[in-house]
Design a protein around this ligand. Structure first.
Ligand SMILES: [Fe+2]
Ligand SMILES: [Fe+2]
Length: 257
């Protein structure tokens, strides 16, 4: 039996940050064998989206043009797999070796080094998680197929203000909620799935818990005001998306309708 108890302390700040826990009805839905392909495919896509969001943030706010091109090249093989069904697990295994930390900040960069350091680390980890999910799918002969996006990320982004630096701050807070919810779901799901999958979910907790903290710290560093009010507003929306009935089952879906 995978040991979740060693990680309980990681979950204390996350449970405090999230305004609701994942409903038991969602956990039961997620543990149905018929939903396993959807759970894994959507999880793999979430890992890519997390990497894409972080890459977009450093391209938009921090690095020079040449580094922006480097970043796009890191993601391309994973995007080709998801959007064009090109490449294989073996290709991606090689690809992971090519990602290095050396990006150059643009001149007069407002929110430089810390943003880049944290986001590069996050991109590397998310792409590795992508690879790990694909490896598990391959072992279980679950084939990748395109799926539609759930309502969750779009629902959160609806709260993002449209002027700067408010837009950046809100996007970072949304990032913190997505990471925190993912971490909470991996932990809560682990007793509901087989031991191999539980082991994998538990292995993800430490990095996802750090990703949530990194996003939140960056948001506060960049904001001149206390971010509490924005955290409360976005947190309220997040909890609604989790608690209200949802007709589609996804990794971040709401109460099964
Ligand atoms: Fe991840
Ligand atoms: Fe993450």
């Amino acid at each position: 039996m995978a040991n979740l108890s060693a990680y309980q302390s990681l979950l204390v700040p996350i449970d405090d940050f999230l305004l609701c826990q994942t409903p038991t009805a969602w956990l039961i839905e997620a543990s149905k064998p018929s939903n396993l392909p959807m759970l894994l495919i959507d999880h793999m896509i979430c890992e890519l989206k997390a990497a894409q969001t972080a890459a977009w943030l450093i391209r938009k706010y921090a690095v020079d043009e040449q580094s922006a091109t480097v970043l796009l090249a890191w993601l391309a093989p994973y995007e080709n797999f998801i959007y064009r069904k090109e490449g294989s697990l073996a290709d991606l295994a090689q690809q992971q070796q090519t990602i290095s930390k050396k990006l150059t900040l643009r001149k007069h960069c407002l929110y430089g080094e810390d943003l880049v350091d944290k986001m590069v680390m996050l991109i590397k980890e998310e792409l590795h998680h992508f690879y790990q999910v694909l490896e598990i799918m391959t072992q279980r002969q679950i084939h990748y197929q395109s799926i539609s996006a759930g309502r969750y990320a779009k629902g959160l982004m609806g709260q993002v203000r449209t002027h700067e630096p408010a837009m950046l701050i809100d996007k970072l807070i949304c990032g913190a909620y997505i990471e925190a919810r993912s971490c909470e779901r991996f932990a809560r799901l682990s007793p509901y799935v087989d031991d191999d999958l539980a082991q994998f979910y538990i292995s993800l907790l430490r990095s996802e818990a750090r990703h949530y903290q990194d996003y939140l710290k960056l948001a506060q560093q960049i904001s001149a005001d206390d971010i509490c009010e924005r955290v409360a507003i976005i947190g309220h929306t997040e909890a609604e998306l989790i608690q209200l009935p949802d007709t589609e089952f996804r990794f971040h879906s709401g109460l099964p309708a």
